[in-house]
Design a binder for this molecule. Structure first.
Ligand code: PGA
Length: 279
């Protein structure tokens, strides 16, 4: 695992956006060589999307040969509802960049056959060659996508009932009215994310500090589904200082000491050899 500790939210999203940009550029995507990117929603990645849009506008980055798969979508919320993840992704990201709409994959929470929809999503990921980089955030209970505490750590894309904590946390997007929050969602499984060749998780703020501790300092545990990535060979976690409040001092010191190695990941020449060190 790599843990990159940044000063604050802004620096965390700057570092992560530059990392994603460099990974895509170094991959040299083309018509027969698409970069396949897994993407999250939520408040945490907003700063990254803003910065990636800027890179596209300044022609430093193109999404022409990028295929995306989103982590999840609410069940039963109209696609054009302002809080659907379709709306979120198009409004915050896709409509501002040069991606081909056909290369965007977001689960349809209104499909008549939800199981078929989930199975097709898994098939499409396989058909694309598999996800090169899966970007995600976590909930304060350590969930990844909508893989709530107790989810199978080898789960695939499926329907999940949301935990009460998640419904309460997400009520802020629904006029603070928990009765308006959908109670189920379609979500990639922990196993789906584990299959990606690299996983990048963003963790910001004191409300996620205990989850970060459980994610990296305790054992793999299905009650903290993000901890499954301890078994991933390329797990990169980027957090801010506030999120480190529950970590041991020696953990923080160790990873801060690696910052000069980590900064090579976003600077300089092709870093593909570095990807296999320090994990
Ligand atoms: P947040 O949500 O980025 O809005 O905190 C993340 C999540 O619940 O997965």
């Amino acid at each position: 695992m790599r843990l990159v500790i940044t000063k604050d939210y802004d620096e965390m999203t700057e570092w992560s956006a530059r990392y994603i940009k460099k990974r895509i550029i170094d991959f040299k995507p083309g018509p027969n060589h698409y970069f396949v990117l897994g993407l999250p929603t939520g408040s945490t990645p907003l700063g990254i999307y803003k910065k990636l849009v800027k890179f596209v506008k300044t022609k430093e980055l193109s999404f022409k040969y990028v295929i995306t798969f989103n982590m999840d979508e609410y069940v039963g919320l109209p696609r054009d509802h302002p809080e659907s993840y379709h709306s979120y992704m198009w409004n915050n990201f896709f409509k501002h960049i040069d991606i081909e709409p056909n290369n965007v994959h977001i689960l349809d929470g209104n499909a008549t056959d939800l199981v078929h929809e989930c199975n097709e999503f898994e098939r499409a990921i396989k058909e694309s060659g598999g996800i090169e980089l899966f970007v995600g955030g976590i909930g304060p209970d350590g969930h990844i996508a909508f893989n709530e505490p107790g989810s199978s750590l080898v789960s695939r894309t499926r329907v999940k009932t949301l935990a009460q904590d998640t419904i309460i946390a997400n009520a802020r997007f629904f006029d603070n009215d928990i009765t308006k929050v959908p109670t189920s969602a379609l979500t990639v499984g922990v196993g789906t994310v584990m299959d990606a060749r690299e996983v990048l998780i963003l963790i910001s703020g004191t409300s996620k500090a205990y989850a970060l501790h459980m994610a990296i300092e305790e054992g793999v545990n299905h009650m903290w589904t993000v901890s499954a990535f301890q078994n991933h060979s390329r797990f990169l976690c980027v957090c801010d200082e506030d999120a480190t409040m529950e970590l041991k001092v020696k953990t923080v010191r160790y990873f801060k000491g690696l910052m000069s190695v980590h900064s090579q990941l976003i600077n300089g020449n092709d870093h593909s050899s570095l990807l296999h060190t320090e994990n």
